[in-house]
Design a protein around this ligand. Structure first.
Ligand code: AP5
Length: 214
């Protein structure tokens, strides 16, 4: 059973590595970013509430995230473990997860310098339905502008504008980075395995570094 958390700044490659890890272990990806974007696309009440927050690069409330996760964990596909992509993102969320009786086995922090991230984000393209990520130079789709599996058109995310990326990085350093020490402490207490990976290498090399630790 693997319950894995992926930590790291926006654009570190969490979503990209999450897809590879989930394929390897046949576990579902729980991405709050994907869930929130789906809510926005569907025009649901939640979507209307969070749309501006996503576009501005701020975080949605811990209460909303807590109830999304609680609901997601009731689905049968989580029975053999899950991969948490981009959640938790605050100490408050980590404390909520700790109360949900999830037996976390690994926390992976993907480290990438801010300047590399700003450069990466401008080239990102996304398949909105699945959350599959591409990069026009570093991880291009087989055919330009379309998703490899479905052939649907790829889009550029609204929050990938340079000024919003800078805001997201600021929010990351202020609210999410403290989770490193939170999970190192749990790792030192023998509750799970924490490790940091250099995310500036190629997609394949980052995946190889991760796989040997899992
Ligand atoms: P979310 O969708 O989770 O965004 P994020 O964490 O900011 O991360 P990204 O999806 O931007 O990047 P990533 O690390 O997954 O990198 P990727 O693999 O795509 O959240 C969006 C928003 O939702 C938040 O701002 C917030 O408002 C809200 N939200 C979500 N969860 C929340 C929570 N828990 N609490 C509160 N609010 C929440 O890669 C990026 C690009 O780089 C791609 O183009 C990719 O192809 C490329 N790439 C990947 N790896 C490499 C590599 N090794 N070398 C070169 N290029 C690479």
């Amino acid at each position: 059973m693997k319950n894995i958390i992926l930590l790291g700044p926006p654009g570190a490659g969490k979503g990209t590595q999450a897809d590879l890890i989930c394929d390897l272990f046949k576990i579902p990806k729980i991405s709050t970013g994907d869930m929130l974007r789906e809510a926005v696309a569907s025009g649901s009440e939640l979507g209307l509430e969070v749309s501006n927050i996503l576009d501005s690069g701020r975080l949605v409330s811990d209460d909303i995230i807590g109830s999304l996760i609680k609901d997601r964990l009731t689905k049968p596909d989580c029975i053999n473990g899950s991969l948490f992509d981009g959640v938790p993102r605050t100490i408050g969320q980590a404390e909520q997860l700790a109360k949900m009786n999830i037996d976390f086995t690994h926390v992976i922090e993907i480290h990438v310098e801010d300047q590399i991230i700003v450069d990466r984000m401008s080239g990102r393209r996304v398949h909105p339905k699945s959350g599959r990520n591409y990069h026009i130079d570093f991880n291009p789709p087989d055919k330009e502008g379309v998703d490899n599996e479905t052939g649907d058109p790829l889009i550029q995310r609204e929050d990938d504008k340079p000024e919003t990326v800078l805001k997201r990085l600021h929010v990351y350093h202020e609210q999410t980075k403290p989770l490193t020490d939170f999970y190192i402490n749990l790792s030192n207490a023998g509750n799970l395995k924490f490790f940091t990976i250099d995310g500036s290498k190629s997609v394949e090399s980052v995946f190889q570094q991760i796989s040997i630790q899992l």
